[in-house]
Design a protein around this ligand. Structure first.
Ligand code: GUN
Length: 264
């Protein structure tokens, strides 16, 4: 057995293009790594890079012994195949949990993924830490993105919740959300979920995070109208400062797990 003592866990981040939100997310992840002693390497590529160039970077990180976790910041520019690039990440270094093998094992009963996507794991962590029972509860997830909504609905089912998913084509979403014991939202539409969408006593996990500029200046806003929801909910996560920082912690957790496994 090899030892992790004296070796820092290493995270490799691939950042393509100039998106402000992606750059800001990566900056926060890098800073969090520094705070806990994880070595992070950010490889930046220009917006107009080729798919081959991204695949070369991923392959180099796959082969680098000091890198235990790899994260390709999403979304990628449209000319790049997200599917091809995420498939190229070594499944044992897939700390985002987006490789189809990890997502597949998350979806299947009796199988365990090597990594669970960080936002989804963060959602469950918040519910556990606040003593919220999940088994048998009616959970409504708003949004079905590959990054958050889809894996979160799968993970909640693994925790024995009865899960409904509301999306852009759902008719009268508020009729469904009003049934929820636990409501999770990640669609990036500020204040979309209003007070009358909620059952009294509901637990609200707001995973939306959109930069809004209005008369109060620029600020990050969630999907849920906090002022209205706080009057109905028994628990609610604020934005900013709710599940966001927990999601970052889950990335650090996954990276340390990856490093531990590499030295087992
Ligand atoms: N873009 C927004 N959230 C995420 C995330 O959790 N991981 C990656 N790779 N990209 C993102």
């Amino acid at each position: 057995m090899k030892s992790l003592i004296g070796k820092a866990p290493g995270l490799g981040v691939v950042l393509v293009g100039e998106r402000k939100d992606s750059r800001s997310f990566v900056r926060v992840k890098k800073q969090a790594c520094e705070e806990v002693g994880i070595t992070s390497v950010v490889v930046e590529l220009p917006e107009d890079c080729t798919e081959g160039e991204v695949l070369e970077v991923v392959s180099a990180l796959n082969h680098k012994e000091s890198i235990h976790g790899i994260l390709v910041q999403l979304p990628l520019p449209c000319h790049l195949s997200e599917q091809k690039i995420l498939n190229a990440v070594n499944v044992e270094k897939d700390v985002d949990g987006f490789h189809p093998v990890n997502i597949g094992n998350l979806a299947m009963t009796g199988r365990e993924p090597l990594f669970i996507p960080c936002a989804s794991r963060g959602c469950i962590e918040v519910l556990h830490r606040y003593g919220v029972e999940i088994t048998g509860k009616k959970v409504v997830v708003i949004g079905r993105s590959n990054i958050t909504g889809l894996p979160t609905s799968l993970l909640l089912q693994k925790h024995h919740a009865t899960v409904s998913v509301v999306h852009a084509f759902t008719k009268n979403p508020e009729e469904i959300t009003r049934e929820a014991d636990i409501l999770v939202s990640d669609v990036g539409v500020p204040n979309m979920v209003r007070g009358h969408w909620l059952k009294p006593g509901v637990v609200v996990i707001d995973m939306g995070s959109t930069l809004v500029t209005d008369s109060k200046g620029s600020h990050v806003t969630g999907d849920v109208c906090y002022e209205e929801a706080i009057l109905k909910a028994s628990l609610i996560t604020p934005v900013p400062g709710g599940v966001g920082p927990v999601t970052i912690s889950m990335l650090l957790y996954n990276t340390v797990e990856a490093a531990k496994r590499a030295y087992q």
